[in-house]
Design a protein around this ligand. Sequence first.
Ligand code: CTP
Ligand code: CA
Length: 222
Amino acid sequence: IESQFSIQKLSGKKLLVTAGPTKEALDPIRFLSNQSSGKMGYAIAEAARQAGAEVTLISGASLSDPKGMTVVHVTSAQEMHDAVMQRFATCDAVIKAAAVADYRPEHVASRKIKKSDGPMTLTMVRNPDILKALGEHKTDQLLVGFAAETDHLEDYAKKKLKSKHLDMLVANHASDGFGSETNKVTLYFADGRKQALERMQKQQVARHICNALSGLFEMSGS
Ligand code: CTP
Ligand code: CA
């Protein structure tokens, strides 16, 4: 199957792919995180490599490293932010499949929190919106975002596409992708086009996303 895809549609392109959850520390032992497995992002990184791209995978997931690419492991949203920003100027596209925590605990205890400390109130502060920052700083990079929603999928998808200055947004219902080997997504494009895909293996979804990205590179004349 790899040979069918080896038309090298992304050859010469430098891609940053982010994947998995971020983990926000509470104390040396505990963290807050989310349900993302990282499988979608890893599938995209692999599909992009097969299509000839030079891939850097920035990951908060606990999956084994794919071959043939640079893998950078991060824990918190702030670390993912720094890892992405450091490499942004020299890449051609960013695919932000990671489920970045929107908030982190305001204080990280330096010692294990004890239950004898009594009832606990947690104050959370906002993390940087990495993709939004990329949208504000981009020169000619293509930006691909993701959105998993429980409701009003199309409305939120279109809003995120605009507010983050994205070229493409991959949207799905939260119930369709998390923890699964398959996903059912719709691709929304900055020019108003929309492509609804059937439910399929994440590897196949990844190939559709890479094909769509290659189309965007062609349209942008690069
Ligand atoms: N994203 C990001 N940095 C954040 C939050 C989100 O880069 N701090 C990226 C995600 O990787 C994803 C896209 O933004 O590609 C959309 O994430 P999502 O959580 O759906 O959107 P938010 O803007 O965080 O809005 P909300 O969670 O309130 O729906
Ligand atoms: Ca969010």
